[in-house]
Design a protein around this ligand. Structure first.
Ligand SMILES: Nc1ncnc2c1ncn2[C@@H]1O[C@H](COP(=O)(O)OP(=O)(O)OP(=O)(O)O)[C@@H](O)[C@H]1O
Ligand SMILES: [Mg+2]
Length: 374
């Protein structure tokens, strides 16, 4: 049977365990058990020494005595968990049975488990094995996720140039075909252009999602006139709404509302919300877009008369690849990435987004930013 990519039972090198106990006899007993089971052991007799050794040679797991002179196990654990480089290393406390009342504090400090003294060898080894395997599996998952993101980024990035070439040439075909008596060429040219535009949007969404996930999104925050920005986004959607016999209504009050946002990113946020309203509303319905000023904030509202969202759908709405009950009403494409990007972008700019809806009664999306005055 082929090995699953998450199988970690046979690591390439021996898992390394740091054992911290001020009683040398305990170190000897635990050390011997672990070595006999194929682990590399780093014995340490004090908290300070443990913190030093962890930095020099990070172990896969730490067995930490709870009660030690000078710096006790709780303090060591707090310090390990407070440091991003040592935080992921699992800590198991070694406790005497009369120290049980301290265990809650141990878990609060970030420990994953405990073993009581005198040691039961089988129990100790079982707990160590479980947590070492979990840690290695987590590391492997993280690596695989990074690889996946990198692959996605490269694929999406490399698709951009050929796609814009297709768009450019199809526009040329459309222009030249206008002179020809045969209309089919122009229509097909337009179809190619529209398909390429759609693909370019999907690629942009994938790249954005990737950039955000890797913490690489760059923002150029500037005091921005939100009324102007909203008006231009609404205008770009009017044609599509009219084609679906929908009415797109806009209300702006007051026109001077400004907020500290990245205008390009803000356009993307509003485009996503308005295009969703157009995409998921049936024909004949209205879409209401509003900009209002609250005492401390500015608020965008995008309200539609579409199918709305159930409580269950609302919980998944801002997750990645969320394609929910509502389906596009005009053959549009749905990747399920738009709102996950919207949420991350809005929050990165210090704002908040939420949805209010009842099934069958339309949806209302609200985006708020702290107001600034210029
Ligand atoms: N205004 C709305 N009314 C009802 N359902 C909606 C609305 N907006 C979004 N949804 C539901 O939420 C899902 C996720 O929306 P999201 O914008 O994240 O992705 P998408 O529109 O499917 O694809 P894209 O990545 O192109 O935006 C949609 O598939 C749809 O089922
Ligand atoms: Mg969308």
């Amino acid at each position: 049977m082929p090995a699953s990519p998450l199988q970690v039972a046979v690591p390439s090198s021996k898992p390394r365990i740091l054992v911290v106990d001020d009683v040398t006899r305990n170190l000897q007993i635990v050390g011997a058990m672990l070595r006999n089971s194929g682990y590399e052991v780093m014995p340490t007799t004090s908290g300070a020494q443990a913190l030093e050794r962890v930095r020099v040679q990070p172990p896969d797991l730490i067995l930490l005595d709870l009660m030690m002179p000078v710096m006790d196990g709780l303090e060591v654990c707090h310090r390990l968990k407070g440091d991003a480089s040592t935080n992921p290393i699992p800590v198991i406390f070694l406790t005497a049975s009369n120290e049980m009342e301290h265990l809650v504090k141990g878990f609060e400090a970030g420990a994953v488990d405990y073993v009581t003294k005198p040691f039961n060898g089988a129990e100790l080894l079982a707990r160590v094995r479980t947590h070492v395997e979990l840690k290695l599996a987590r590391e492997r998952l993280r690596e695989m996720n990074d690889e996946k993101n990198e692959f996605m980024g490269i694929a999406a990035h490399d698709l951009r140039n050929p796609l814009s070439a297709i768009k450019g040439y199809s526009e040329m075909v459309v222009e030249e075909a206008r002179e020809l008596p045969h209309r089919g060429i122009e229509e097909n040219g337009l179809r190619i252009r529209d398909a390429a535009t759609r693909m370019a949007e999907m690629v942009r969404n994938l790249l954005d999602a990737n950039r955000i996930e890797r913490g690489e999104m760059k923002l150029n925050l500037a005091p921005t006139n939100l009324a102007l920005l909203l008006s231009s986004v609404v205008e770009t959607h009017r044609e599509r709404a009219t084609a679906k016999q929908q009415v797109l209504l806009m209300e702006i009050e007051p026109s001077s509302a400004t907020a500290l946002v990245d205008p390009t990113v803000m356009v993307q946020v509003l485009e996503n919300l308005i295009s969703n309203a157009v995409k998921y509303s049936p024909s004949g319905k209205s879409i209401f877009v509003r900009l209002t000023r609250l005492p401390e904030a500015v608020r965008f509202e995008v309200r539609d008369e579409g199918p709305g969202l159930s409580q269950d759908d609302q919980k998944k709405l801002f997750g990645k690849f969320a394609r929910l009950s509502a389906k596009p009403t005009g053959g549009e494409h749905a990747t399920g990435l738009g709102l996950s990007i919207v949420k991350k972008m809005v929050e990165a700019m210090g704002g908040q987004v939420r949805c209010e809806s009842e099934p069958g009664r339309g949806a209302l999306f609200l985006v708020e930013f702290p107001a600034t005055s210029i």
